[in-house]
Design a protein around this ligand. Sequence first.
Ligand code: 5GP
Ligand code: ZN
Length: 115
Amino acid sequence: MSECIFCKIVAGEIPAKKVFEDDDLIVFHDINPVAPVHLLAIPKKHIASLATATADDALVMGKLLQTGSQLAIEQGCADGFRTLINTGRVGRQEVYHLHVHFVGGPDVLPPMLKR
Ligand code: 5GP
Ligand code: ZN
């Protein structure tokens, strides 16, 4: 059995507040949201990180962005949102199953990074 927490969500072994699912991906609410809207879009296939994705993964990676975007808009981000992928140690990735964060809500986002 996989030890990967997001593979467990894919397999239905642990619950998640899903907002979308198809053959290739799932979108669900982050368990510890940083903003009023905080969705995670993940491929069903285990891809450890953006750094290990291959050309074969390009289609599903595009679907993560397109589907997650539409769901973020539906969930309250009609005026915009931020899309984030943390990668590897320096990127402070915590869960090593590729995921795209969609974060937003009414005027809650700070500037991207301090200069
Ligand atoms: P990372 O730092 O890897 O980009 O972010 C991992 C995200 O996954 C965090 O925002 C964290 O709150 C979320 N997360 C971790 N475990 C779970 C879980 O079991 N369920 C859900 N819904 N989100 C999780
Ligand atoms: Zn996984």
